[in-house]
Design a protein around this ligand. Structure first.
Ligand SMILES: Cc1cc2nc3c(=O)[nH]c(=O)nc-3n(C[C@H](O)[C@H](O)[C@H](O)COP(=O)(O)OP(=O)(O)OC[C@H]3O[C@@H](n4cnc5c(N)ncnc54)[C@H](O)[C@@H]3O)c2cc1C
Length: 276
C-alpha cells in the first residue's frame, strides 16, 4: 500500500499525486513507468514516473482523468493509499552526453519529459524544451521545465499563450538552425507521430514513449504489442521508449480504439454510481 502524500488538480482534468514509495524512488530512472491500482477491483493503470526524490522517498505521478480508472485515481485524496503501486517498470531513457537534445512535450506528456530533461541537463547536454498545449489553461509545470533547460519554447494551438501553433513548427526550425543529436517527443499519439515525421528528413534520432493499451505490464499478455521496424514489440518490457521513425503509427492508433465501446459504457456506469 503506497500512501498519497499530496494530491492536486494542476489544470482541468490533469492531476498530480506525490506518493510515499521509498523502494521505488531509490531505483527510479527517467523514462520508466509504474502500474497503479486505485483499489482491489481496479484496473492496472500504467503511468510514467513524472518525478522522484530519493532523499524524501517519493514518486510523483501526473495523469489525465479520461476514463473509469483515472477518474477513480482522481477521486482519491492525500492520506489514502493505492491498493498497488508497482515499479519501476520498462527501460529507462538513455541518459548521456549526446550534445544538443530537444525534448518535446505535448499536454500531459510534459510530466514524463521533466525528469528526462533534468537528467539530460545533469549529463552536460544543451537541453531545448518545446512545451505545447491546446490552450493556456492546460499548461502546467512551465516553471519546473524552465529550471532544467537552456531554451524553453511554449506553444498553444489557439495562441492564448506564447507562440501560436503546434510543437512541430519550432521543432523544424531548431533542426534547420543547429545540429541536434536526439529528440524525445512525449504526448498524444498524433503529436509523437508528427514530431517523428518532422525530424525524419533531418536524420535526427527521435525517441517516443508509447502509451499503447497495457494490461499486465509484465510481457505475458501481449496486449501492448506494437510494431517497430517490422518487428512485434511489447511496450511494457521492450519499451516504453522506441524509435519514432520505426513505429507503425496506424497500427498503434487502431489498437488504441479497440475497447472504445466498453470504455464508454464503463465510464457511464461509474458516473451514474458516483451520483447515487
Ligand atoms: C507506459 C505507459 C505510460 C503512461 N503514462 C501516462 C501518464 O504518465 N499520464 C497519463 O495521463 N496517462 C498515461 N498513460 C495512459 C494511461 O495509462 C491511460 O490513460 C489510462 O490507462 C486510461 O484508463 P481509464 O480507465 O481511465 O480510461 P479508459 O476509458 O479505459 O480509456 C481511455 C483511453 O485510454 C487509453 N487506455 C485505456 N486503458 C489503457 C491501459 N490499460 N493502458 C494504456 N492506455 C489505456 C485508451 O486509448 C483509451 O481509449 C500511459 C500509458 C502507458 C502504456
Amino acid at each position: 500500500m503506497s500512501k498519497i502524500l499530496s494530491m492536486r488538480e494542476l489544470v482541468p482534468t490533469i492531476f498530480e499525486a506525490v506518493v510515499e514509495a521509498p523502494e521505488i524512488a531509490r531505483k527510479a530512472k527517467a523514462g520508466e513507468f509504474l502500474v497503479v491500482m486505485p483499489d482491489e477491483k481496479g484496473e492496472r493503470v500504467p503511468l510514467t514516473i513524472a518525478d522522484f526524490d530519493r532523499e524524501k522517498g517519493t514518486i510523483t505521478i501526473v495523469f489525465m482523468a479520461i476514463g473509469t480508472s483515472t477518474y477513480k485515481l482522481a477521486a482519491m485524496k492525500a492520506g489514502q493509499s493505492y491498493y498497488a503501486f508497482v515499479g519501476p517498470l520498462g527501460h529507462a531513457s538513455e541518459i548521456k552526453n549526446h550534445g544538443t537534445v530537444v525534448l518535446v512535450a505535448g499536454g500531459v506528456g510534459t510530466a514524463p519529459i521533466y525528469p528526462i530533461a533534468r537528467e539530460m541537463k545533469k549529463a552536460g547536454n544543451k537541453v531545448i524544451c518545446i512545451q505545447g498545449a491546446r490552450t493556456k489553461d492546460l499548461l502546467f509545470w512551465q516553471d519546473k521545465i524552465a529550471t532544467v533547460c537552456d531554451e524553453h519554447i511554449i506553444t498553444t494551438d489557439d495562441g492564448t499563450f506564447a507562440r501560436k501553433g503546434l510543437v512541430t513548427e519550432p521543432l523544424k526550425e531548431i533542426c534547420e538552425r543547429e545540429k541536434v543529436a536526439i529528440v524525445y517527443a512525449i504526448g498524444p499519439v498524433p503529436m509523437m507521430k508528427f514530431c517523428s515525421l518532422t525530424t525524419k528528413p533531418f536524420g535526427v534520432k527521435t525517441i517516443v514513449s508509447l502509451n499503447s493499451i497495457m494490461i499486465d505490464a509484465t510481457g505475458m499478455c501481449g496486449g501492448c504489442r506494437v510494431n517497430v521496424g517490422g518487428e512485434t514489440k511489447f511496450t511494457c518490457v521492450d519499451g516504453p521508449e522506441f524509435d519514432g521513425h520505426q513505429v507503425d503509427w496506424n497500427l498503434l492508433t487502431s489498437r488504441q480504439k479497440i475497447y472504445l465501446a466498453e470504455e464508454k459504457c464503463s465510464l457511464q456506469k461509474y458516473v451514474e454510481e458516483a451520483k447515487k
